[in-house]
Design a protein around this ligand. Structure first.
Ligand code: ZN
Length: 570
């Protein structure tokens, strides 16, 4: 900083004095103010960036809400760092005030006057030069007057300059003091804040070491699992859990035998079988209702580990990777079918026998399903409520008295089973639901009113019921036989191939030979037709009505062979 000017030197107007009043420290003060402004500006930019960073951090920790302790710590840290941002703001404000403002005040207060005085002083100085040149000739009194005036201005300027310098010294010290004080406050606040955060930091440190220990344990577990899988692979052991609970969902990879969809991923949920070709695809419903399906193991094909799902509409052959996986799926699917029949109490069998055998728990379920068919809530022959018996080949339900009469007709006409005491296969129950009393009575009682015949009631004597039943099923007195162009045998074949159970029942009632070989179809029987058509229910219906599995067509193909050729193995 400049030292103060000596007034004696000023009066003497020595060359040294002239040097001293030349350049001033004003421009340097301006320079400091500019630098200070730049620093504050950069600080504010840093603060804005810091704020954005903290907001980002807060969003990140809100996203990872896994652990309360960690979430608490993070939010505490974030709050602390937010405070630091506000401390920084305060620091930059103080700096601006301390240096910028104070020095600006200094400059605006003194500089204009100083500049004006200096200009005046310089002008007088020039006048003095001129007077000095002239005094060499004669006007020495003018020189004297000008010198006095110059001295006067010089003193004045000197005084102002000294006042400015004194004020500048005070102001610069003052502003530096304020600046350092602001720094002091900033760091002090920061220290207090971090000291308050210290407990949270300690908690976090403990949590961190625990977390890293857990992380290491998890990695170890994963490695072990990896090793286990490799070992199992090596030993050929399966890694799939064999059987899920009845209400669980099984999912996995099966090979769907079809021309267009080679590899699929299937799972079943509720009563549905879903599948998707790739993990990204929305799952498609392969079978809408497993209750209307039968699942079977397939042993007769060239492929291994096959199982088959059959419904009225379609048939689907699925191939598993191994026998165990296949048995898991069979168990799960059969379990699901059983479960769907209302058999909520029973667990699915782990590995069902080839043709799904019944379990005692299924019996009440069978009754509920059978009574669900159209018209099945009343005896098909006398109308008595709550029938407990059924004819599996006719697909009707009946009361106990009528069931006795049916039994007397012989099994070639009616195969009677108890809905509560006997065991039932899903496929047989399905026939009862698809056919049922309404449909079968429309066939066997079609001409009843034309004949003027009155159907017996629940209270009718047994003899009356017996007469009626014999007229209805043995003599087929009320059956409509006219109005058909195509022979019953061919109609049965076509209905079987199409899986149309009602048309099949009609053709059978009209006397179509169940094992008749159809000339138009290369000597195939209806059973071969059903197998080729792929309808499991049609096959079942024909078998219940005496179809012979061993019958062969003209090329020597049997039903199973035909089914395998057509891709409907079962
Ligand atoms: Zn009855």
């Amino acid at each position: 900083m400049d030292s103060l000017l000596d007034f004696e030197e000023c009066v003497r107007d020595s060359p040294h004095f002239r040097d001293l009043i030349g350049p001033s420290s004003v421009s340097l003060t301006n320079q400091v103010m500019k630098l200070c402004g730049k620093m504050v500006e950069a600080g504010q930019a840093y603060n804005a960036a810091n704020q954005l960073f903290l907001t980002g951090l807060a969003e990140l920790s809100a996203h990872n809400k896994t652990d309360d302790v960690i979430t608490n710590c993070l939010s505490q840290f974030n709050q602390g760092l937010q405070e630091v941002v506000s401390f920084h703001s305060m620091l930059f404000d103080q700096t601006q005030r301390a240096i910028g403002q104070q020095l600006t005040n200094l400059c605006t207060q003194f500089l204009p006057q100083l500049v004006e005085t200096r200009r005046e002083f310089v002008r007088i100085g020039e006048d003095l030069e001129t007077a000095a040149v002239k005094s060499a000739e004669r006007a020495s009194h003018l020189l004297l007057a000008t010198r006095k005036c110059y001295q006067h201005f010089a003193l004045d300027y000197c005084l102002q300059l000294n006042t400015f310098k004194a004020q500048q010294r005070v102001d610069i010290l003052n502003s530096m003091f304020s600046f350092v004080h602001a720094q002091f406050t900033f760091f002090h606040q920061g220290f207090d804040l971090l000291r308050d955060l210290e407990p949270a930091m300690k908690t976090m440190a403990a949590q961190l070491s625990q977390l890293s220990a857990e992380c290491a344990a998890q990695r170890k577990q994963l490695e072990n699992k990896h090793l286990l899988v490799q070992q199992r692979d090596a030993s050929g052991e399966q890694t799939v859990s064999p059987c899920p609970n009845s209400d669980a969902i099984i999912s996995g990879f099966l090979f769907k035998r079809s021309r267009r969809k080679p590899k699929t991923w299937k799972r079943y949920t509720d009563n549905q079988l879903l599948y998707r070709k790739s993990p990204r695809e929305e799952p498609l419903v392969l079978f809408e209702d497993l209750r209307l399906c039968a699942v079977k193991s397939t042993e007769h094909t060239e492929r291994r580990f096959c199982l088959e799902l059959l419904s009225i509409k379609k048939c689907c052959a699925l191939q598993a990777d191994s026998d165990l996986v296949k048995r898991s799926w069979l168990g799960a699917l059969q379990g699901s079918i059983d479960f769907a029949y209302g058999d909520a109490g029973s667990q699915p069998r782990e590995a069902p026998p080839l043709s799904p055998g019944p379990s005692p728990a299924q019996r009440p379920a069978a009754l509920a399903v059978a009574l669900g068919g159209p018209g099945n809530q009343r005896c098909c022959d006398c109308g008595e409520e709550e029938p407990r018996w059924a004819s599996i080949n006719l697909g009707v339900t009946m009361c106990i008295q009528c069931s006795g009469i049916h039994r007397s007709l012989g099994v070639h006409l009616s195969k009677v089973r108890s809905l509560t005491l006997d065991s039932w296969e899903a496929e047989q129950l399905k026939l009862l639901c698809i056919l049922g009393n309404d449909v079968m009575n429309q066939i066997y009682e079609a001409r009843c009113s034309e004949e003027g015949r009155v159907k017996p009631g629940a209270d009718s004597p047994r003899a009356e019921k017996e007469t009626w039943i014999k007229e209805k099923y043995v003599h087929k007195r009320f059956l409509r036989t006219d109005g058909e162009d195509v022979a019953a045998g061919l109609r049965l074949y076509r209905a079987a191939a199409a899986g149309d159970l009602v048309a099949m029942a009609m053709a059978l009632a009209q006397g179509a030979p169940v094992n008749g070989s159809i000339d138009e179809e290369a000597g195939r029987t209806p059973l071969i037709g059903a197998a080729v058509g792929g309808s499991m229910s049609a096959c079942e219906f024909l078998l219940l009505n005496g179809a012979n599995v061993n019958h062969r067509d003209l090329r020597g193909q049997g039903a199973l062979h035909a089914a395998a050729t057509a891709g409907h193995t079962g």
